[in-house]
Design a protein. Structure first.
Length: 280
């Protein structure tokens, strides 16, 4: 908790910078009941050409809102590349801070893509909560490309993690805890417990090899054994051939999930028509 409060204090003292050690000593008293915040990264499939877009959401916020948020999204650079980030939630803080101090241009929302880690910081020194993060909604969007080396139907994880930032002189790495918080009217810092939900990007399955949706073992029939095999494939216990992958995508959305298993079971139990398998 003290570490998270120190991060928040540092962000408010010098927005979007590598903070001096003295800034880490300004944390104040905590709330009696710890406020909560939640960050969720979307799970989605890439396009046929490998392009993807993933949205990062604020799923829960304290009633007062947030004036500081710091985290990173870790990923495997061999599996995906991140090309661009786009802020989707503009509170107006950036425009006001630029008017007050032109040196603060582009400091409210800051993303740095460093060695398999997208480091994210949103912070404003404005005391007016109208300029804070107060709406539970999409915060920003990530655009990138899935590597051809990632097998079809497999996923690349996007994990919310503490940021690993270099000190100002570049001599050492400091691990910055995931932090979110706000100030009260007296300047006391309130640090949130932050719930995190990781995301992922799947490389889509080539559907051209599909012969019978739901026939995972390629024996020309749909049976419970196919559903079991699909479940094991989703758990990455077994690898499927290209044709089996194509047959397994029962929801025809380019990824293998438990929803494909459920649709198969509904068809096998005659709760759904077989035509639902692979339907667009």
């Amino acid at each position: 908790m003290k570490a998270r409060k120190a991060v928040i204090a540092a962000m408010l003292a010098v927005p979007a910078a590598i903070f001096p050690a003295s800034a880490w000593l300004t944390a104040a008293s905590a709330a009696d009941e710890t406020p909560r915040a939640a960050v969720t990264v979307e799970r989605t499939a890439a396009d046929a050409d490998g392009h993807f877009e993933v949205t990062v959401f604020l799923d829960e916020l304290p009633q007062e809102g947030l004036c500081a948020l710091d985290f990173a999204i870790g990923y495997d650079p061999a599996a995906i590349s991140i090309d661009q980030t786009e802020l989707l939630y503009d509170t107006g803080a950036q425009a006001v801070e630029i008017l007050a101090n032109p040196d603060l241009a582009d400091t409210v929302f800051n993303c740095e893509n460093v060695e398999g880690e997208l480091q994210v910081r949103w912070a404003t020194a404005l005391r007016d909560p109208d300029y804070w993060l107060r709406e539970e909604r999409a915060l920003f969007r990530i655009s990138g490309t899935v590597s051809d080396q990632l097998p079809a139907g497999h996923k690349a994880d996007l994990k919310v993690i503490p940021a690993h930032r270099l000190t100002e002189d570049g001599t050492q790495t400091v691990i910055t805890p995931v932090a979110a918080g706000y100030l009260d009217a007296e300047g006391n810092i309130y640090s949130c417990d932050v719930s995190l939900r990781d995301g992922a990007v799947w490389r889509p399955i080539d559907e051209t090899g599909a012969t019978m949706y739901g026939d995972i073992d390629l024996d020309g029939k749909r049976t419970v054994e196919d559903a079991v095999l699909l479940h094991r494939a989703i758990a990455e216990e077994v690898a499927l051939s290209a044709a089996a992958y194509a047959n397994a995508d029962c929801e025809f959305d380019g990824v293998l999930t438990i929803a494909d298993v459920m649709l198969m079971l509904h068809v096998l139990c005659e709760q759904r028509e077989a035509a639902a398998l692979g339907a667009r």
